[in-house]
Design a protein around this ligand. Sequence first.
Ligand SMILES: *Cc1c(COP(=O)(O)O)cnc(C)c1O
Length: 224
Amino acid sequence: MTDIATNLINVKKKIAAAAASEGRKANSVELVAVSKGQESEKVRAAIIAGHRAFGENRVQEAKNKFGPLRGLCTDIELHLIGPLQTNKAEEAVKLFDVIETLDRPRLAEALSKAIQKTGRTLKFYVQVNIGNEEQKAGVALDQLDTFLSFCRKSCGLKIEGLMCIPPHKADPRPYFLQMKDLNNQYKFSHLSMGMSDDYEIAVRCGATAVRVGTAVFGKREVRG
Ligand SMILES: *Cc1c(COP(=O)(O)O)cnc(C)c1O
């Protein structure tokens, strides 16, 4: 089995070095360990190693895995990093601490209702389709301003950050830098970008959170 404690240490060292190269402190970057498609034994190993922030991309999988784990460890911080269906908004609000993939008005409305109903407080980031890709989730750049106002004014949602997944196989730098500019423009304190292949670059470009799966947990299980 992959030594998860060692992987966590190594990833954190690289994050610290990348942050230092930009004159930033290591603790200005949060490592979100992406546990989608991984057995809960591995998550448990990460928890024992002291890790607390995890990312999942499906509500049901997250519920099955983290329900029992949360009984053992009360300060887990769970991030939703995958697309959310409107009819699962309430379940998501009950389960997650950060929803990183808010990307459309109907979802904002559903989340706003779910918050009123449950009384939960959680953080929201807006996902930006930074590469303007047809098939990709996220708010189009030219819609971002309108969407952020809608979230704030019509839904009463406080947006605290932005998130992106740049186009596959392209050099992510220009996209990351554009995201950093946007984040500065809106004065958000969270910027989630970078995965196993490019998290050091993302940190050098200003990420405050990186979402790292395989570099922490090893290859994901195949699932049907
Ligand atoms: C799966 C996933 C990750 C982690 O990917 P790795 O390459 O395993 O690090 C990060 N972000 C999102 C949105 C994902 O879906």
